[in-house]
Design a protein around this ligand. Structure first.
Ligand SMILES: [Fe+2]
Ligand SMILES: [Fe+2]
Length: 235
């Protein structure tokens, strides 16, 4: 299976005009398209409606997770309903199998990497924050456990390793993701992980167990030579 992957579309009519033509070829190059979050800029149903108009024309099965921007207006449940109604498989702590390949996905969360991971200590606000990260790791675990297929692909919005955020200002690394998620994937196994969110990070990384991690954030892909709007991976 050939899997095209992108993230961080941050839909606006102007920005979508830049990617409409190159994205229209995705069906010739891949069997499935993954969109790893931040489909909209402000999480507004109007943005999603316009984006879906474009996405349905691609005539390719789409698997997606939401990103933090898709939560901005508090309409995330509406967005998921709209996407689902158009046949998009939205993963939110769920697994999906297609042609022998399993997709496990959830948004993920921030909180830092390695020794820098924020832990649950002190003020109740810190504990609430850390609990939100733990809840997301449990959702990812549940998604992976739902899959029966040997070939699995993990879809996150936030970065699960520090490698793929390098290139961003070091001060904001802890806001770009958390290695709690790569630990979960290492326990369950996967062919690779795709994520977005780190718009100016690095393309490639690996988990501690050596699982490839691909940052497919659109702005990062557009900054490549030659620019592209998705990457294609074989499983
Ligand atoms: Fe983004
Ligand atoms: Fe984001």
């Amino acid at each position: 299976m050939r899997i095209a992957s992108t993230a961080d579309i941050h839909f606006s009519p102007q920005s979508y005009d830049h990617i409409r033509e190159p994205l229209s070829h995705v069906r010739d190059e891949a069997d499935v398209l993954i969109i790893a979050g931040d489909l909209t800029n402000y999480g507004k149903p109007e943005e999603m409606e316009s984006l879906l108009n474009g996405l349905v024309r691609l005539r390719i099965p789409i698997v997606a997770v939401l990103g933090n921007h898709d939560y901005e207006s508090g309409h995330q449940d509406d967005l998921i309903r709209m996407m689902t109604a158009e046949g998009i498989k939205v993963l939110d702590g769920t697994g999906y199998e297609r042609d022998g390949v399993g997709f496990a996905g959830t948004k993920g969360f921030l909180g830092g990497f390695g020794r820098g991971v924020l832990t649950s200590f002190g003020e109740p606000q810190i504990k609430v924050f850390v609990q939100a990260a733990l809840d997301e790791t449990m959702k990812l675990e549940r998604a992976l456990m739902q899959l029966r297929s040997e070939k699995r692909v993990v879809v996150l919005h936030y970065a699960p390793v520090v490698d793929t955020v390098r290139g961003e200002p070091e001060q904001i690394f802890p806001y770009l993701g958390s290695s709690r998620f790569s630990e979960v994937v290492d326990r369950h196994g996967a062919k690779f992980i795709v994520h977005g969110h780190a718009h100016h990070g690095a393309l490639e990384g690996r988990t501690t167990a050596g699982i490839p991690v691909h940052n497919v954030s659109l702005s990062l892909l557009m900054a490549q030579q030659p620019p592209c709007v998705y990457r294609v991976f074989d499983v």
